[in-house]
Design a binder for this molecule. Sequence first.
Ligand SMILES: [Zn+2]
Length: 231
Amino acid sequence: MLRTIFTSTGNFYLTLLNLLYPQDCLICSNRIHEAKAARLCGPCNDRIMRYADTPHWSFTENGLAFDAAYHVAGYDDIVKRCICLMKYNGKQDLSKILGGLMSEYAEKNMSFNDIDMFVPVPLHPVKFRERQFNQSELIAGHLAKRFNKKLENKWVKRIRYTPQQAGLSREQRLRNIKGAFLVRQDADFTDKTVMLVDDVMATGATLHECAKTLKSAGAKKVFAFTLARGN
Ligand SMILES: [Zn+2]
């Protein structure tokens, strides 16, 4: 019986872990039987609206500083709750699932050959202290590891504490975030192609400001890669 489970799932370690320490799904609370990444059951995982077969990207429009932005899944209930649980309830494990979704999409639709490094959108130190981690950095870390790229998480700083962007118009968001990022003096973005990573892109104001800062520091191209496109 066990042998069948192990061979059928093809993931001995996670199956064993699930048998020894059964976990409940963070979304529906049902017991997890599948040997997938921890914390989300198979049915909930399957309900995520993946864009893998219908690539979603938006090219530079309306003067945004990044060259293209790629999005992986619909900002539906499950993705929203996963992001909320990760950011506000300290469920850092979920970054593995979300990073996995982004890898899945990238394997099908993207090439990172020209990418020099993955850069997570940084959090302001005050927010970082509150949360204890930066969700974008965790996700970018999974991607960098998976695609064997450099994770650069020290060169860009968030120097201005900005109020929540939700509820603001595009123009207000662009104003609100202006001057929020700074590139460290010892950083070297000259002629580099950068993949900025964030959890959600709404109007793109934050990614725009970050990309603008990187380009002022010499970056040749800046792409944005987010889990979802929100509002
Ligand atoms: Zn579930």
